[in-house]
Design a protein around this ligand. Structure first.
Ligand SMILES: NC(=O)C1=CN([C@@H]2O[C@H](COP(=O)(O)OP(=O)(O)OC[C@H]3O[C@@H](n4cnc5c(N)ncnc54)[C@H](OP(=O)(O)O)[C@@H]3O)[C@@H](O)[C@H]2O)C=CC1
Ligand SMILES: O=C(O)CCC(=O)C(=O)O
Length: 449
């Protein structure tokens, strides 16, 4: 074992001892630490200066109480979080997640990944993430509004256009961002750049809603182009049917792919004629219903209740996991391989377990890690910040073109970095090493802070 490997193992073991129950966080750290050694061998200064140990500890972790009243007049309370992980490259930037599973481990893994993702965009944004264990399902508009207002009463103390700029994630879309923005404005005055993913009426960016899903498909397109292939007639399955999934399906279909399935937390749908996206949007975006409603208008489709879409046995080329973390287990990865999948590109954050990743690697499946392939959302958030600072809106075409170029750059950076350090293509290692390099350089030159 090299000295550097020993150093990395020691750091990881110390975290395991300190946070034995934070399994998602430890998983994200393990994935990163497992790939960074070749970079450190050639750049030992970062080991000498112990940058890794500094990087692993969040600059700040805020946990707070969110009291709110439901429609029956009952008092309720949830826990809120904001993890301000690293500001070497700019203000903390990352979404807010509302989901009952939210806890410190999930917040820390998301914020940790966000550091490298944001670095890969080459835009001036540091890494952060936040959210609450509040479950928005089944809540009225009034309940959502009161909850968001109460959350912002506390969060507003810690954010601002030049300090920390939250956005959406699972359970947080335009409606929630609107309520959060309104409350921030009431307390601090109008500051358009304090949140991104805003509705267009008050300085949201065109194409931000589409950005993560479109960016994911652009990433896959650039990867396929490298192999003299295109998306035309490729068979695709997508997990989830939320923001990222919907716009990934839209762009994939526009580029000629056939998308046969999508899902939500109640099960998955396979449509032999291809997914009717307008119907999915009506069900999920407009009516906030369950995905099985799809069958009422598409009788040839099948719904698999309570099942994970990666259990499906159907031939396809490309898997786009766009739901949540750890949705692809090793057992499911084996099914995917049997189905003939060639590319797995992550729209979600860390949807593949480390063991599932091994299965994909053993079978030479091309794997695009979320911190690279889903970076389009946060990249356009940074473009929204630029538009807000300029006080000038850009056209959809301009934002979309920038997004496509950013995804191309990220793909090529990951590819070329892994070729340089490993003499083979490994997008996970490439993403981690290239993402780390910029952050580490900035940390070193900013001194011990
Ligand atoms: N929004 C963005 O810009 C970005 C999002 N991401 C990541 O993409 C993923 C999806 O986010 P987004 O589309 O914004 O969120 P949404 O809330 O819009 O949609 C989430 C989708 O995933 C499904 N889902 C959530 N949890 C589970 C679960 N435990 N099991 C099965 N299905 C589940 C939801 O089903 P149901 O409706 O039943 O809850 C829904 O279809 C997340 O991992 C997020 O971190 C990454 C980069 C940027
Ligand atoms: O747009 C943003 O700031 C955050 C997007 C996000 O949360 C993510 O990339 O996971």
């Amino acid at each position: 074992m090299t000295e550097i490997k020993q150093y990395l193992d020691n750091l990881e073991n110390a975290l395991k001892e300190k946070y034995p129950d934070q399994k998602e966080y430890l998983q994200a750290v393990a994935e990163f630490m497992g790939t960074i050694e070749p970079f450190l061998m050639k750049n030992p200064i970062y080991v000498e200066k112990n940058i890794l140990e500094l990087l692993l500890i969040p600059e700040r972790l805020i946990e707070f109480r969110i009291p709110w009243m439901n429609d029956r007049g009952e008092w309720k309370v949830n826990t809120g979080y904001r993890v301000q992980y690293n500001s070497a490259l700019g203000p903390y930037k990352g979404g807010m997640r509302f989901h009952p599973t939210v806890n410190q481990s999930i917040m820390k893994f998301l914020a940790f990944e966000q550091i490298f993702k944001n670095s890969l965009t080459s835009l001036p944004i540091g890494g952060g993430k936040g959210g609450s264990d509040f479950d928005p399902k089944g809540k009225s508009d009034g309940e959502i509004m009161r909850f968001c207002q109460s959350l912002m009463q506390e969060l507003q103390k810690y954010i601002g256009p030049n300090t920390d700029v939250p956005a959406g994630d699972i359970g947080v879309g335009g409606r929630e961002i609107g309520y959060l923005f309104g409350e921030y404005k009431r307390l601090n005055g109008y500051q358009s750049g304090v949140l991104t993913g805003k509705p267009l009426a008050y300085w949201g960016s065109l194409a931000r809603t589409e950005a993560t899903g479109y960016g994911l498909v652009y990433f896959v397109q650039h990867l396929l182009n490298d192999q003299k292939e295109t998306l035309k007639d490729k068979k695709v399955l997508v997990s989830g049917s939320g923001n990222v999934a919907i716009y990934a399906i839209q762009k994939a279909q526009e580029l000629g792919a056939k998308v046969y399935g999508c899902s939500d937390s109640s099960g998955y749908v396979i449509d032999p004629d291809g997914i009717d996206l307008e119907l999915v949007r009506d069900i999920k975006e407009v009516n906030r219903e369950r995905i099985n409603v799809y069958l009422t208008q598409r009788p040839k489709a099948k719904f698999y209740e309570g099942k994970n879409i990666w259990e499906a046995t159907i031939a396809y080329d490309i898997a786009l996991p766009c739901a949540t973390q750890n949705e692809i287990t090793p057992e499911l990865a084996k099914i995917m391989v049997k189905n003939g999948v060639k590319v797995v590109a992550e729209g979600a954050n860390m949807p593949t377990t480390l063991e599932a990743l091994e299965v994909l690697n053993d079978n030479q499946i091309i794997y695009c890690p979320g911190k690279a392939s889903n970076a389009g959302g946060v990249a356009v958030s940074a473009l929204e910040m630029a538009q807000n600072a300029q006080r000038l809106p850009w056209t959809f075409e301009k934002v979309d073109q920038e997004l496509n170029q950013i995804m191309k750059n990220i793909y090529e950076t990951c590819r070329d970095t892994s070729l340089a350090y490993l003499s083979k293509e490994d997008l996970v290692a490439g993403a981690n090493m290239a993402g780390f390099e910029k952050v580490a350089k900035a940390m070193l030159s900013q001194g011990l802070v």
